[in-house]
Design a binder for this molecule. Sequence first.
Ligand SMILES: Cc1cc2nc3c(=O)[nH]c(=O)nc-3n(C[C@H](O)[C@H](O)[C@H](O)COP(=O)(O)OP(=O)(O)OC[C@H]3O[C@@H](n4cnc5c(N)ncnc54)[C@H](O)[C@@H]3O)c2cc1C
Length: 391
Amino acid sequence: MSARPQSSTRKIAIIGGGVIGLSIGWRLAASGLSVALFERGKAGHGASWAAAGMLAAGSEVEPGESELFGLLKQSQANWPAFAAELAQASGLDVSLRTEGTITIALSQDEVGRLRQTYALQQQLGVNSQWLTRTEALEREPYLNPRLAGAILVPGDHQVENRILVQALKLAFTRAGGSLFEGIGNAGIKTASGRAVGVSAGGIDYPADTIVVAAGPWSPEIEGLPAIASPPVRPVKGQMTALAMDPTSPILTHVLWTQKAYLVPRRDGRLLIGATTEERGFDTAITAGGMLSLLESAWRALPGIEEMPIIESWVGFRPGSRDDAPILGETSIEGLILATGHHRNGILLTPITARTIARLVLTGETDPAIAPFGLSRFEDQDSKGTKSWKSA
Ligand SMILES: Cc1cc2nc3c(=O)[nH]c(=O)nc-3n(C[C@H](O)[C@H](O)[C@H](O)COP(=O)(O)OP(=O)(O)OC[C@H]3O[C@@H](n4cnc5c(N)ncnc54)[C@H](O)[C@@H]3O)c2cc1C
């Protein structure tokens, strides 16, 4: 970026009020910039509301994603300080729980797959422990006693993402940010190859820099030039929540099985997620989706059988072609992307906020996000690797 005006006179516009837009907005407003955030509906009610809040860099390792793992690990390390700073700025505790995450295998087949995950974790330097059946049951006595093996990742924590969005909203506005909610779709204005402003709900807002943080809707923003459009699509996830007795919860760690995960909250909710479906923005909660989640959860934790279902919902992960986020400048001067966080947007919030704020403030691309720019897809396309990886 070239010739940016003095901090006090620079105007920044952010499109999208999920964890990504709000956290970047908070960092920038706290640095003294004039920041306006445009959210078409209610801030924090997109993917950021639907999420399970797991900070699971180690448990979710996948072969071929070691570069992404490096980014996830850095952000995970930032979480305790980020949560403390946010609590101070907002007065809200985001309920960072540190019991860790257990992944279990319920058959010999599943043990084979779990051993591969364990080997990959060891190779990548994840602090994980193989647990025998007895060791797993000592930690979680209500697990299916026929389990055949387990892995504990003590550093994979969780936060209450619905409090997180409220906290970010408060921190952003308290730092002086202007939040425009319920204004319908915001659009981008460009002139002579640079971003010049945002239009939304009858407001025309001139801006020196625009940050696109509209999650899975990012490519649909009106006025976004094709050359800067991120290859992001919605990856549907259905979830459901049961009510445990908060005074004697039947689970304390986050629990992964081969087909579902269970996340116990302090208020007694037990979240069960999530399906992974390529169905565009289909909002249906389906019998098949619920059956698969509940069956997998029941196999792992039979005690859920009598628990009331208190809520079921659908959310859309912003999935990129390679499942990694798209962070950084575009070839349109003043237009920055912060999207495509897929299944890790809550985990990646601290590092995204820090590095995108740095880019806006100084024009410098932090080395942590250098591999995650939009240009990597141009490179892939020129090599003829255009296929979309399924999430
Ligand atoms: C079922 C499910 C479970 C998940 N679990 C986890 C998890 O455990 N851990 C984890 O780290 N991540 C998880 N994720 C992923 C995480 O939720 C997302 O990566 C993250 O919330 C993305 O944040 P965002 O701010 O980019 O998007 P969003 O939260 O979707 O926010 C985008 C916002 O942009 C607004 N918007 C769109 N278009 C416009 C426009 N034109 N003008 C104005 N506003 C606009 C939308 O209304 C929306 O509020 C999960 C996601 C799902 C769906």
